[in-house]
Design a protein around this ligand. Structure first.
Ligand code: F0G
Length: 465
């Protein structure tokens, strides 16, 4: 591992500072902007003439090296994040790297979903297949390693659940103490149980996610604690690596379109950064479009996108996709820049549309959590609007594992998820799809005749037409 060779650049005013000069809230003291990590070879590094070229990693050497590391027995090589460490030299001591062998997630084909939406080629990069079951692990390994490097004893985050699970796990591995703020009663139990299992001090605040962020932001200025929310730019350095891994998996053929769920809006920004860096290094000839999908009840970016004045107004968020129940997203400007510079759209989807999309992904044998299913629900709209054409190659980013929120799935299949009013708004075509997909458990007497009879009538009902 090379020594840290990076700076932080304010995404608003452009001020560049060294990595260890950043304040505890990771915001520019001049303009309150968020930072990006930049390297001597970055497009915007502003290094002296000649310096940039001298420091540019060689593309074909990098491809070879990254492939070689897959067969290594070293922990850093087995990590699907640190395998790409040449493009994220953020720790000065290699011993600081804390890994659970994150990344290395599958890229699945979704042929039935592709057919249902009317496109030829649909893939899912399943980030729910990470060690703690969500994409947060890729960012957490990076930022937590920096916390270790900087000798912090405490780390903290505010979370809708997945960040806290990931932080608690990586902190436990590194022997650090972790503090989690979650909204009281508004996170999926699977995620809360993980934070407890990994030994975090968990505080349920009587507020929503945005309220938790407010309290934590205040706290980190008064207590020596390392903030691990996605305002921490090192999180994004880890979260950019699925872009690299996806391209490896596609033999370096760039897909036309990536569809990402939007909550606090760091992930779309991280993936955008990953693709742009590869483009700048000459490893790919173009970048994909990135579209961001939000739940209708937590849609500040969507509102910004359709507002002709492009003004961001926070909302009071509400959706059953609790992972993205966020009304005041910290990284909205970074993600907005991704849409504006790389192309792509922002869409919103209803609770009914999320439920149907999740069931369709589940029926492919893949499964994901509700927040991830917004991608497929949104894709349906983008195709219907002609924004995605049938021959375009699309990759959905599935961010969380289906077991993260099993209550949602059970409620859906039992017909208890949506209210009668919500069900009444579903179109007849979607009603038919819901009916075919819902598989509620059947309760029977323990008698084989009764079971046989039930099976026969079930088969008659579900004969292929
Ligand atoms: N999908 C899942 C499963 C998530 O947990 C999150 C965010 C997102 C999508 C949205 O990603 O915030 O980068 O736009 N979860 C955070 C958390 C906020 O605390 O776990 P984003």
């Amino acid at each position: 591992m090379k020594v840290a060779t990076h700076n932080l650049r304010c995404t608003e005013c452009g001020a560049v500072i060294s990595g260890d000069a950043v304040n505890s809230i990771f915001r520019c003291p001049t303009c309150n902007g968020l930072y990006d990590v930049i390297y001597p070879w970055s497009a915007n590094a502003a290094v002296p003439a000649g310096g940039q070229e001298a420091n540019l990693p060689n593309p074909s050497a990098l491809r070879w090296l990254w492939q070689e590391r897959r067969t290594s027995t070293m922990a850093v090589d087995q990590s699907g994040v640190w395998r790409f460490r040449d493009l994220l030299p953020i720790v000065s001591d290699p011993e600081s790297v804390t890994t659970l062998r994150e990344g290395n997630t599958p890229l699945y084909e979704l042929p039935r979903c592709a057919k249902a939406v009317g496109i030829d080629w649909l893939l899912a990069k399943h980030q729910g297949m990470n060690p703690t079951g969500s994409f947060k692990d890729t960012g957490m390994t990076a930022a937590l390693s920096v916390a270790v490097d900087r000798k912090f004893e405490w780390v903290a985050c505010a979370s809708t659940g997945n960040t806290s699970a990931a932080m608690a796990a990586y902190a436990a591995r590194a022997g650090l103490r972790s503090l989690v703020f979650i909204p009281d009663g508004k996170i999926a139990w699977g995620k809360l149980s993980q934070a407890m299992d990994y030994g975090a001090l968990t505080i349920q605040l009587k507020t929503d996610f945005d309220g938790c962020v407010r309290i934590l932001t205040d706290l980190v200025t008064r207590f020596p604690i390392y903030l691990l929310n996605s305002v921490n730019p090192y999180r994004l350095e880890g979260q950019k690596t699925p872009a690299f891994e996806m391209l490896e998996q596609l033999d370096w053929q760039v897909p036309e379109h990536i569809v990402v769920p939007g909550g606090n809006l760091a992930n779309a920004a991280a993936l955008g950064k990953g693709f742009n860096e590869l483009h700048h290094l000459g490893m790919i000839q173009r970048v994909p479009k990135i579209s961001i999908i939000q739940a209708m009840g937590a849609n500040p970016l969507y509102r910004w996108f359709i507002d002709s004045n492009r003004i961001m107004k926070p909302v009071v968020a509400d959706t059953r996709a609790t992972a993205i129940r966020i009304g005041n997203p910290a990284s909205w400007r970074k993600s907005a820049a991704v849409i504006e510079k790389m192309g792509g759209w922002c869409e919103q989807v209803s609770e009914q549309e999320i439920a149907l999309a999740k069931a369709q992904i589940g029926a492919e044998g893949i499964g994901c959590e509700p927040a991830s299913a917004v991608t497929f629900a949104g894709l349906k709209k983008l195709v219907a609007q002609g924004r995605v054409t049938p021959e375009e190659r699309v990759v959905l980013i599935l961010t969380g594992h289906t077991l993260k929120d099993s209550q949602y799935t059970i409620d859906y299949h039992r017909g208890e998820l949506l209210t009668d009013a919500e069900k009444a708004q579903i179109s007849p075509a979607d009603q038919a799809q819901h009916a075919a997909l819902r598989k509620p458990p059947i309760v029977l007497e323990a008698d084989s005749d009764v079971v046989l009879h039930a099976l026969e009538s079930h088969m008659k009902l579900t004969q292929p037409v």
